[in-house]
Design a protein around this ligand. Sequence first.
Ligand code: PRP
Length: 183
Amino acid sequence: MREYPPPEAIRTLYTPAAIAARVGELAHAIANDYAGRSPILVAILKGSFVFASDLARALPLPLRIEFLGVRSYGSGTVSTGAVQITQDLTHPIENQDILIVEDIVDTGLTLAYILGLIQARGARSVRVCALLDKPSRRRVEVPVDYVGFSVGDAFVVGYGLDCAEQYRNLPALCELLQVPDSP
Ligand code: PRP
């Protein structure tokens, strides 16, 4: 059977062990900052589903979890700037402490839209935890309170992140070496 993924297609950036260690550090910082409070983790789908599940389990806090489905790239590899809600929250968030959990902040366009939405719904506070930050690609300024890893311009897949819906199930964070052209 052919190896998946083909070793020539990807390069490992962060191993599962390195990710787990960093998630533990993030959880420690978040737990300190939210001591005595019960935040709602808003996991942004699809990309953050793996990170959010690990982060939530590492947080010794009473918390609720909500999912917000957002799509900005379609099946291509370049941001369109257009943001579409594919799945909404199931409960009101008025007067709640919201922790947005993102897999990656790239141009910042998606996060800027989400922050506007959360604020418009009357949240008491909003913070952002992103596993990956790509500051060199930013097009709008957005606050990112907790960052797992800051990365360059590599196309990152695995641990929830995709390329045309592939590779989300890789346990490591990997650079995709052969990026297909956008449609
Ligand atoms: C990715 C990622 C962020 C967004 C970041 O989502 O999960 O939500 O892009 O990019 P930006 O900062 O340039 O806006 P994507 O639209 O690819 O959907 P997915 O999470 O379902 O993979």
